[in-house]
Design a protein around this ligand. Structure first.
Ligand code: NIG
Length: 425
């Protein structure tokens, strides 16, 4: 494959993991941002980075004319597989109603009714929107099917998009809500019956198509004991663990995720000091999940606290305490949580700006959380940075410096996006 030299880069955020500075574990070292820089792409990966003056020759040359270049965003939490919107629910919320998990059932009805073709086109459209905003790695979940047939259909769709390279990670979220058919009335099974289905037959059908299992551990969805059963069954089927935890209250989801060694616990709006400490402890080498007897040795690494700023705004929830989490030493990621109920946006730039303006992260901390943080939450080392050997996923900003992301919030600052070494349409 031909090599490409990209030059004229005013700021190049390589975020090279080899240059991490232990004294700023969540920030960015000076050496991880190059000025007046260039990079070379070969075979879809980064082959060289450095000063423009030292750039080697290549088959093709692209001048970005004094723009900043970041790794593409790594969006580690989205729910793209759905039909219908919930604008009326949103409007009612803005008029004072509280968010409740029950809205998931509304989207489930619309999603079940959609044809396969329509669902695929809807998801592809949403991926295109995310890419247009600089996202180059994306996870998505099932969770709006809630029958074996419909969860399997969503998992197959996600997995086919992973195979085609349009998506990167697929997650089984059968435990999103107990569907109405399991209300225990008129001889129908209750919630326990649904937990059994999700962690039994449904999991067995879906597991070959996904890498992760997730559970909504919250009052109104699944309690910690039910969540643990689902997660343990997922781990036994070879899946990595993710948890929706402590979104609406102190649900026990964070403690469970840390205890089981989940890769990520997402939302984290309502945390006790013990929750923060538990997450921070997973980030210290001494207490890595695989080192602690009794924890599931699903994968090594911290339980990443994934904050979802757009969701917090859209639900008028207390913002997740990202600053406290970082100060305590926890690993933090920023994701969009794109879904029709609580966060109908995939705009990671908006999430990063919100993290800086409202959650009191520095720009470097927010960029790192939305790139390397997301990659860590997905246990990937090939994305989220632009060191030699990384996937050549570039976000070329229409700005000379990345600080413009927060300085000019809401402006269309994405000039060009490259995935796997090629510009996206
Ligand atoms: O991550 N919290 C659970 N799941 C989604 C919301 C789903 C919905 O309301 O449709 C979330 O916010």
């Amino acid at each position: 494959m031909a090599s490409t030299l990209i030059t004229g880069i005013s700021e190049l955020w390589t975020l090279d993991p080899a240059l991490d500075d232990p004294s700023t574990p969540h920030g960015v070292a000076d050496s991880q941002v190059l000025h007046d820089a260039a990079l070379v792409i070969e075979d879809g990966v980064i082959a060289w980075t450095g000063c423009a003056a030292d750039a080697p020759s290549a088959d093709r040359r692209v001048d970005v004319n004094g723009r900043a270049v970041l790794p593409g965003w790594v969006d580690s939490h989205s729910h793209l597989i759905f039909d219908g919107d919930r604008a009326a629910e949103f409007e009612a919320r803005m008029a004072g109603e509280a968010y409740a998990a029950g809205g998931i059932g509304v989207t489930t009805g619309a999603t079940r009714s959609a044809t396969d073709e329509r669902l695929r086109e809807l998801v592809r459209g949403r991926i295109a929107e995310a890419v247009a905003g600089g996202t180059t790695t994306m996870e998505t979940k099932t969770g709006y099917g809630l029958t074996l047939e419909h969860e399997l259909r969503s998992a197959r769709l996600a997995s086919s998009l992973v195979e085609s390279g349009e998506l990167d990670e697929a997650t089984f979220l059968g435990a999103h809500l107990v569907p109405a058919e399991f209300d225990g009335r008129d001889g129908r099974p209750g919630a326990e019956g649904y937990v059994e289905l999700v962690s039994g037959e449904m999991l067995a059908a879906v597991a070959p198509h996904v890498r992760w299992i997730d559970v909504f551990c919250e009052a109104g969805a699944f309690d910690p004991e039910q969540s643990e059963r689902v997660l343990r069954a997922g781990a036994a089927a070879g899946l990595g663990l993710r948890v929706h935890g402590n979104q609406l209250g102190r649900s026990g989801g964070v403690a469970l995720a840390a205890e089981l060694g989940a890769a990520s616990v997402d939302h984290v709006n309502h945390l006790s000091t013990d929750d923060v400490d538990a997450l921070a402890a997973t980030a210290s080498h001494a207490t890595r999940a695989t080192d602690v007897p009794g924890r599931l040795a699903v994968d090594a690494g911290p339980t990443v606290a994934t904050v979802l700023p757009a969701c917090d705004l859209s639900t008028r929830a207390p913002l997740a305490p990202a600053r406290d989490l970082l100060d305590a030493g926890a690993a933090v990621a920023i994701a969009s949580n794109c879904n029709p109920g609580t966060s109908y946006t995939s705009a990671m730039g908006f999430c990063v700006a919100t993290a800086v303006l409202q959650m009191h992260l520095s720009l470097a901390e927010a960029i790192r959380a939305a790139t390397r943080g997301g990659a860590l939450a997905l246990r990937r080392s090939d994305v989220g940075h632009l060191a030699v050997g990384a996937r050549a996923d570039l976000h070329v900003l229409d700005a000379p410096a990345a600080i413009h992301l927060a300085y000019r919030p809401g402006m269309p600052l994405t000039h060009q996006v490259w995935r796997h070494g090629a510009p996206t349409p």
